[in-house]
Design a binder for this molecule. Structure first.
Ligand SMILES: Cc1cc2nc3c(=O)[nH]c(=O)nc-3n(C[C@H](O)[C@H](O)[C@H](O)COP(=O)(O)OP(=O)(O)OC[C@H]3O[C@@H](n4cnc5c(N)ncnc54)[C@H](O)[C@@H]3O)c2cc1C
Length: 453
């Protein structure tokens, strides 16, 4: 059982266990590499834990030696906060074991998996979890900060499906211990792990999730020329947040076009009826196809990675964007700088349906009732352009601020000042109290980590 490890006492000298990679190892450059090329760090060592005891040993070693550390799983932190200079990276990505209980409709899995691996493993039994759409993003980081994608309106935010977590937290003896949090044990910590952010309270080593049936779904993709942006945004934002929850959809504004893509977990004839308000706008190019959900997910993630550096700035749209706000989006997306950014986009994910339903026991995830999630984003390879492109994202984000609210802790923005309120709203105060209970010495510490109460 995953909870059977005990904390090692701080009186004996801890050693780093697991697969430990040091700077003079040939594979150090690959071991320290994060997904986003903007963030280059030089850790003292990377500990690839093979079991929870390795995590306990690493935290204990760091405490005994007064060395900082970070938790890491899928390496996709969008501010690079899963690594650090001169400290220990405690990486769970080699811990992969999954037990699917079909009759209970649950899966208990170690936190080393990425999303693609989970969708594939569950898909073999026509089961799934509502995850994000990129296969190589870690399940750990996604779940702990929230987690959303095309199935969210039907099955909820990823963290709302989290029933239990095994997590290594600091112990009062100067060491660390593995505890199990569920509805009856450490329920406050389960609440915090449902959207309260990765790296704040402990290092999660296993999750138990509620599962959902899925098989064939209808995938659709519509696209229009750039001139259609106002009509498409207006139609999408006044219609989509309120339609059948079996429908999930994104809207993406690109420098020369606008796209709406999504999945419907129901018959094609019903989808065509639901899409009528969009299909009526300026004869879009359209693709409507039946696909197997897990197979399509794998296919979407099969291609090689194109762009190395990425910056996004997160927000939520609670009131329909006005004509003025839409004009700002068009102004930024049609600017000379946007034309130079290969991955320039304004990306929105429709909200509503199950997102509004808080799970039994509650969740730290705060943004239940917006119309949709929205972020300006940029991706590029030319490092010499980095300062210019970062400023474009920053200015775009600031220009949109009067029309949006909040932020998403999984798409953190180091430039946010009142980030606690932006990410967590009224849940921030309780998160600080829980932080003080489980990590009173604040050893889980990074820019924008939850502070002590
Ligand atoms: C290309 C891309 C696409 C994305 N798409 C989506 C999407 O569709 N939907 C969505 O919701 N989000 C999306 N995100 C955001 C994503 O949810 C976050 O980047 C997430 O934090 C990544 O988790 P990770 O495990 O890959 O990253 P990591 O960098 O390993 O970790 C992220 C954070 O979690 C902490 N952490 C990692 N593992 C653990 C652990 N075991 N225990 C405790 N803390 C831990 C880290 O310390 C860090 O603070 C996307 C990000 C990228 C880069």
């Amino acid at each position: 059982m995953l909870t059977s490890c005990s904390g090692s006492g701080s009186k004996t000298q801890a050693v780093l266990t697991g697969r430990v990679v040091y700077p003079d190892d040939a594979n150090y450059p690959a071991a320290k590499q994060l997904w986003d090329g903007l963030f280059i760090t030089f850790p003292l060592a990377i500990v690839f834990a093979q079991q929870a005891q390795d995590v306990i040993n690493a935290i204990t070693w760091c405490r005994q030696n007064n060395v900082e550390f970070r938790a890491r799983s899928g390496r996709h932190s969008l501010e690079g906060w899963s690594s650090l200079n001169g400290g220990i990276v405690i990486d769970v990505s080699e811990m992969k074991n999954i037990v699917i209980n079909r009759s209970a409709m649950t899966a208990t899995l170690q936190t080393g998996y990425n999303q693609g691996e989970i969708v594939a493993a569950l898909g073999q039994q026509n089961l799934t979890l509502p995850l994000g759409s990129e296969g190589d993003v870690g399940v750990a980081g996604v779940t702990l900060g929230g987690g959303f994608g095309y199935l969210t309106r039907q099955f909820g935010v990823t963290c709302d499906n989290l029933l239990a977590v095994d997590i290594v937290v600091p112990s009062s003896s100067g060491s660390a211990k593995l505890i199990h949090a569920d509805a009856n044990n450490h329920a406050d910590l389960l609440w915090a792990c449902r959207g309260g952010g990765g790296g704040n309270f402990g290092i999660a080593t296993a999750f138990t999730f509620r599962l959902h049936e899925i098989n064939n779904v209808i995938h659709f993709k519509l696209d229009w020329d750039f001139a259609s942006v106002p009509a498409v945004i207006n139609a999408w934002q006044s219609w989509f947040p309120f339609v059948d929850a079996r429908l999930g959809s994104t809207l993406v504004v690109l420098p020369k076009s606008v796209e709406v893509e999504g999945y419907f977990n129901g018959p094609e004839v019903e989808l065509r009826h639901l899409l009528a308000p969009l299909l009526a706008i300026n004869s879009p190019n359209q693709l409507i196809e039946q696909v197997n959900y897990a197979e399509k997910y794998a296919k979407n993630n099969a291609g090689p990675r194109q762009l190395n550096n990425w910056k996004f700035s997160s927000s939520w749209v609670y009131q329909p964007l006005s004509a003025h706000a839409i004009a700002i989006i068009m102004q930024y997306m049609s600017s000379d700088i946007a034309a130079q950014i290969p991955g320039a986009n304004y990306w929105c994910l429709g909200w509503g349906g199950a997102t509004r339903k808080v799970p039994s026991g509650g969740a730290a995830f705060y943004h239940r009732n917006p119309l949709y999630y929205a972020e300006p984003g940029a991706g590029w390879n030319d490092n010499s352009k980095t300062p210019e492109f970062l400023i474009w994202v920053e200015n775009f984000s600031v220009a949109m601020r009067p029309f949006v609210e909040g932020g998403y802790v999984n798409v953190p923005d180091a430039s946010f000042v009142n980030w606690g309120e932006l990410y967590y709203g009224i849940n921030y105060a309780r998160l600080r109290e829980i932080k003080s209970m489980y990590d009173p010495e604040n050893i889980f510490n990074f820019p924008q980590s939850i502070p002590l109460a």
